[in-house]
Design a protein around this ligand. Structure first.
Ligand code: SF4
Length: 189
C-alpha cells in the first residue's frame, strides 16, 4: 500500500491522501471481542434497527488480519488478556481500539483479582464508551469519533499514541429514524 504520510504535499498527493482517508474511514472493519452483556448491544448495533452498515462498519471479521477496529465489549479476565493482546498484534495497521462499557474500561462492578480493571493497562485504547451497557447509538458515536479523526488527521503512523478519547456519559444520541411498532393480529401492542 502507498504510504501517503510520506508523500510531499502538492495537488495530486493531497487529493490522493483524501481518497485514501475517505476509503479507510468508510470501511472500518470491526474485530468483535465480546465476552458479556455488552456484546448483545454490539450485536444490536449491527442489526437492522441501528444498521451499522450506514457507517461502513458492519463487516465483522473474525480474523484479526482482516480487521482494523477492535471492539472490546464486556469484562476481560487476566487469563483472557494474553489472547486479546495476541489478536490485537495480529490486526492490520493502522488499527483502532474501542473499549465498550464500564467493564472493559474499568472492570465495572467486578472489583475482583481475576478481572482486568481497565484494558488500557495492557493495550492502547482510542475511544472509551461509557455505560452498563452502552446504547448502540453511543457505540456508533465512538466509531464516528474515529472516522472524524481519520478525516482530520489522516492515517496514523504505525507507532502512534492511543487517542484516549471518551464519549461523554451525558451524550444524547439522535433518535433513530426507524420506529418500532409491535402488532399482534394486526393490532398494536
Ligand atoms: S458494562 Fe455492564 S452490560 Fe457491559 S459487560 Fe459489564 S456488566 Fe455487562
Amino acid at each position: 500500500m502507498i504510504d501517503t504520510q510520506t508523500l510531499p504535499d502538492n495537488v495530486l498527493t493531497t487529493q490522493l491522501k483524501k481518497l485514501v482517508n475517505w476509503s479507510r474511514r468508510s470501511s472500518l472493519w470491526p474485530m468483535p471481542f465480546a465476552t458479556a452483556c455488552c456484546g448483545i448491544e454490539l450485536m444490536a448495533t449491527a442489526a437492522s434497527r441501528f444498521d451499522l452498515a450506514r457507517f461502513g462498519s458492519e463487516a465483522m471479521r473474525f480474523s484479526p488480519r482482516q480487521s482494523d477496529l477492535m471492539i472490546v465489549a464486556g469484562r476481560v479476565t487476566i487469563k483472557m488478556m494474553p489472547v486479546l493482546q495476541h489478536i490485537y498484534q495480529q490486526m492490520t495497521e493502522p488499527k483502532w481500539v474501542i473499549s465498550m462499557g464500564a467493564c472493559a474500561s474499568t472492570g465495572g462492578v467486578f472489583d475482583t483479582y481475576a478481572t482486568i480493571q481497565g484494558i488500557d493497562q495492557f493495550m492502547p485504547v482510542d475511544v472509551y464508551v461509557p455505560g452498563c451497557p452502552p446504547r448502540p447509538e453511543t457505540l456508533i458515536e465512538a466509531i464516528m469519533t474515529i472516522q472524524r479523526t481519520i478525516d482530520k488527521d489522516g492515517l496514523p503512523t504505525t507507532n502512534r499514541r492511543p487517542l484516549q478519547l471518551a464519549v461523554e456519559p451525558s451524550y444524547h444520541p439522535a433518535p433513530q429514524p426507524a420506529g418500532v411498532a409491535l402488532t399482534v393480529s394486526g393490532k398494536p401492542i
